[in-house]
Write a protein that binds this ligand. Structure first.
Ligand SMILES: Nc1ncnc2c1ncn2[C@@H]1O[C@H](COP(=O)(O)OP(=O)(O)O)[C@@H](O)[C@H]1O
Ligand SMILES: [Mg+2]
Length: 928
């Protein structure tokens, strides 16, 4: 999914646009039709306009009409519209009777004394089409064909039946909710094989989110967004209307409160309801109050099956519901919301009271009890709490949050303990499902009421954890206070210390403090016998070890992961358990395959339970796929992570998601969007008190790729300054990048000062990606000191190592470095071959800017520049490997291309060189 470039752009309709392109392609060859169908507001006209635009862009002639409701009566209004732009010359080519008939139909000549001949108009219309289609493809564009006047419909029908091979297309939209038969007629007329129908379905949740962001600049919390999406049934028009009403109201609805329905829309829907008898409206209110209305439940709630049958019948005839066997469905979800929202509060409560007695499940019953209550009620609050716990346990987290909230609001004044417990539980469920701000509000008010000791400690702890992503310093203060307060409870203290040993605090408190906290957490957790906390504590300890020695403490982590699995669902949050920690380490260590497996497993779980925490494993996956060279996947994961993080207000995840997205887009050379994401990511990092290493490194990478080392260092310096003084791990990508940038700036000494320990650490750890990067940088440093022969041999070694590196950018980067040295040594042939491989490999990744850099380097070799006039660099590399007798498979592996790409390039090679076989190719190369 790509961000649209302006408010006029369509969101989430790629498949439909592809359908339009297909149709336009066919219309060029023979009569074709495409009907866009769907309910009002689903986006037919918008799509149709795009179709018209695309047709014009192809140089087609477009005749269009957009009949409004009132036009249905006016004879030939549609034909007049379609032919409105017809010129005099075309008219003159028609036989006189047809010309006259047309003139009458178009009301351009006063011929009112002659009776209007339907058939003559039709024949004339057909002639016009034929004339117009002689030189250009002609598209008849009709928006809302159900409102086309009957006479024009007959004309179209006549003409379309008689077209044979003319390049004429008809692009129409049709409403399905009016049970229009027009669309079907049109399709039959053109011929089933030549016409297609596209039913516009609902926009996805993500597309709706984007629509609200782009059109209204409205950002909703995920739970509200989910409700809005369900209410509008994915209909963009309704989504915009409700979004507008939400924006006007200036706040999101609280639990149990209906979404605001805009007045116009409400009126529109109510107009359909007013004609109904009052009993039918009451029955429908019961239906609207039910999560899943059914005939049976309505029978039970009213105790009168015959009346229900009668009422549903009436509503069905009015087009408000559909009764599908036992199921009652509102024709549009909006009917239910509007009807419900506009009923008086007392009637709504009465409906819920009746329903509470007849629904089965605990949750549904509790919900009705709550909505039936007029004020606080201990029993109802208790039932709600129980239902909420059930919902939470089965992973229906947003539902649980709503139920807990309702429980809080119905708890009687004198039950302080109950209110506290429910507030905390509601906060937990909100946080888990992405309602971060609401979670914090609830905890703040719980904190104000809390008793000193464990209760206060627990709330401080939770508040500290929810605040981590937005305010690191405050989060530490809260957690430290919690640790003090929790002296009496080992288990709780262990949890708090786990929270405190998180790496985000490294630059606040230092590495020693982190490791001490983790170690104490492990001891306390072992003592208290809480396995889950022990798992987390072990994970944290592993994390601090990894930060310190940069060596994956595999045994410790495996133990922690198993322990976590045994104690329930693993957590996917950044703050989560050992599984996510372990994945992070594996990723940093360049062990991509096991990291991917673990991350995909975590994503799958989080998706199942709807956890907003999924943003974290997703953005890690995005990084991983970027380094694996699968940029399409990286982009998809980063975008999903970004969506979730924005919807759930998790700024720390937004930082990661935007950084990964910026890396991919920047890699592809889409500089503006890349910069935008990275700068926003950096701003979010700074807002939440983080260093912004990830966006800074990505920005540096981007500047380096356009040859702006100065700017790159500007971004990178603070990030590196953060890593190095901690004495933490030298083996981070940003450290290698810093060496690159410093070398590019000619600061060889500074570069070597980082390179020396980096290389040493890479050797000690035997980590392929770091070794390869170190060797490449070493070669560059030697070259900078004009020690070219050494630089060459080091560069060759770097290439060998890069072939083993999990980082797919490493190979072309090292080839580029080596090729440059070879050029400076005057080895034209070798330089050309090496740079050719670099080019092919960058191109294969889609790294446009890097590829350009290689091309510039190739251009500096001088002498014959064959790849421009004869063979492309890729072709040349392939040709050389063929000459060496390698198979396609070997070549593909060597150049990191797919076998298909190799085959395709070979066929081009054969053509260009005029050869027919590999042997001939090798011979031709020897000659040339
Ligand atoms: N895919 C989309 N992306 C962005 N906006 C859309 C999209 N589809 C519809 N809209 C907006 O929703 C509203 C209704 O769309 P419209 O095309 O008029 O629907 P229809 O013709 O089916 O009644 C318009 O404001 C339109 O701009
Ligand atoms: Mg329309």
């Amino acid at each position: 999914m790509h961000a649209p470039t302006g408010p006029g752009d369509l969101i989430g309709r790629q498949a439909e646009l592809d359908g339009i392109d297909r149709f336009l392609g066919l219309a060029r060859r023979h009569p074709s039709g495409l009907v866009l169908e769907g309910e009002a507001g689903i986006g037919k006209t918008s799509l149709w306009c795009k179709g018209v635009e695309r047709a014009r862009a192809r140089g087609f002639r477009v005749l269009s009409t957009r009949p409004g409701g009132a036009d249905v009566q006016l004879s030939f209004a549609g034909v007049a519209d379609l032919l409105g732009a017809m010129d005099e010359q075309t008219r003159e080519r028609l036989p006189p009777p047809q010309r006259r008939a047309l003139a009458a139909a178009l009301l351009v000549e006063d011929v009112s004394d002659e009776p209007l001949d339907d058939r003559a108009v039709s024949a004339a219309f057909l002639s016009v089409l034929r004339v117009l289609a002689e030189d250009r493809t002609c598209i008849l564009a009709v928006d809302d064909v159900q409102w086309l006047d009957a006479a024009s419909m007959r004309v179209l029908d006549f003409a379309l039946r008689r077209l044979e091979a003319e390049p004429v297309g008809i692009l129409a939209t049709a409403r399905t909710d009016d049970r229009s038969v027009r669309a079907g007629e049109l399709v039959r007329t053109i011929g089933e094989g030549r016409a297609e129908r596209i039913e516009l379905g609902p926009l996805s949740l993500g597309a709706t989110h984007e629509l609200l962001r782009w059109r209204l600049d409205l950002r909703l919390s995920r739970p509200t967004l989910v409700r809005l999406h369900a209410t509008c049934g994915g209909n963009p028009f309704y989504a915009l209307q409700i979004g507008e009403a939400l924006r006007r109201s200036g706040r999101e609805p609280v639990a149990g409160e209906p979404l605001p329905v805009p007045r116009d829309l409400g009126k529109l829907v109510r107009e359909r309801l007013v004609g109904l008898s009052s009993r039918t409206r009451t029955t429908l209110l019961l239906g609207a109050a039910l999560a899943e209305p059914s005939v049976l439940l309505l029978w039970r709630a009213t105790g009168d099956p015959a009346a229900v049958e009668h009422d549903l019948d009436e509503a069905e005839r009015a087009g408000i519901v559909q009764v599908l066997g036992p199921v009652v469905r509102f024709a549009h979800p909006l009917f239910a919301s509007v009807h419900y929202a506009s009923a008086p509060a007392a009637e709504r409560r009465a409906a819920h009271r009746r329903l509470a007695d007849v629904v089965g499940s605990g949750e549904e019953r509790a919900r009705h009890l709550a909505l039936a209550a007029a004020g606080p009620d201990g029993a109802v609050a208790g039932a709600l709490e129980e239902a909420a716990r059930g919902a939470r346990a089965r992973g229906a987290t947003p539902m649980a949050a709503q139920l807990f909230e309702q429980a809080v609001s119905l708890t009687p004044e004198d039950d302080q303990a109950g209110a506290q417990r429910r507030r905390v539980a509601a906060a937990e469920a909100h946080f888990a499902s992405g309602g971060t701000a609401r979670a914090r509000d609830l905890l703040e008010s719980a904190l104000a009421e809390a008793e000193p000791g464990n209760e206060r400690a627990d709330i401080l702890y939770r508040l500290g954890m929810t605040t981590r992503a937005v305010d690191g310093a405050r989060s530490i203060r809260l957690l430290q206070e919690a640790a003090e307060e929790a002296q009496a409870d080992d288990g709780l203290r262990a949890k708090v210390l786990c929270g405190l040993s998180h790496w985000v605090y490294a630059h606040h408190v230092g590495m020693d403090a982190l490791e001490r906290a983790a170690r104490s957490a492990v001891e306390l957790a072992e003592h208290s016998g809480d396995h889950r906390t022990l798992a987390v504590a072990l994970g944290q300890l592993g994390g601090t070890r990894f930060m310190r020695d940069d060596d994956v403490p595999a045994e410790l982590m495996e133990r922690a992961v198993v322990l976590e699995e045994e104690s329930g669902e693993p957590s996917v949050d950044e703050d989560g358990g050992p599984a996510i920690q372990y994945a992070t380490m594996l990723l940093y260590a360049g062990r991509l395959a096991p990291a991917r497996e673990l991350l995909e497993r975590l994503c799958e779980r989080a998706r199942r339970t709807g956890e907003a925490g999924i943003a974290h494993p997703l953005q890690m996956l995005a990084y991983l796929e970027f380094y694996s060279g699968r940029w399409g996947r990286a982009e998809a994961a980063a975008r999903e992570a970004l969506d979730v993080s924005l919807q759930s207000g998790r700024e720390s995840e937004e930082v990661g998601a935007r950084s990964a997205l910026g890396l991919v887009l920047g890699g592809r050379g889409e500089l503006d969007p890349a910069r935008r994401h990275l700068e926003r990511g950096l701003a979010a990092a700074e807002r939440s008190g983080r260093g912004g290493r990830a966006p800074r490194s990505a920005l540096a990478m981007l500047e380096l790729s356009v040859g702006n080392a100065e700017a790159a260092w500007g971004w990178l310096e603070p990030a590196v300054a953060f890593v190095i003084p901690l004495g933490v791990l030298m083996l981070r990508p940003e450290v290698a990048l810093a060496i690159d940038v410093l070398l590019e700036l000619g600061r060889v000494r500074d570069a070597e000062a980082i390179l020396d320990p980096f290389e040493e650490a890479a050797r000690k750890r035997d980590r392929p990606w770091a070794l390869a990067a170190a060797m490449r940088c070493r070669g560059l440093a030697l070259a900078a000191r004009d020690r070219l022969p050494e630089a060459e041999s080091t560069g060759e070694r770097a290439v060998e190592l890069a072939e083993l590196s999990p980082n797919r950018l490493e190979l072309p980067l090292s080839l580029l470095a080596l090729g440059t040295v070879q050029r400076r040594l005057g080895r034209k042939q070798g330089a050309r071959a090496t740079l050719g491989r670099a080019l092919a490999s960058f191109e294969d990744l889609g790294a446009r800017l890097w590829a350009e850099r290689v091309r510039r380097e190739l251009g500096r070799i001088g002498g014959r520049v064959p790849y421009e006039h004869e063979l492309s660099a890729t072709e040349e590399s392939i040709a050389e490997l063929v000459a060496e007798g390698r198979s396609n498979k070997q070549i593909a592996a060597g150049l990191h291309l797919s076998v298909k790409t190799v085959e395709w390039n070979l066929s081009k090679l054969y053509r260009k060189l005029g050869v027919r076989s590999r042997t001939e190719l090798a011979a031709a190369l020897r000659r040339g």
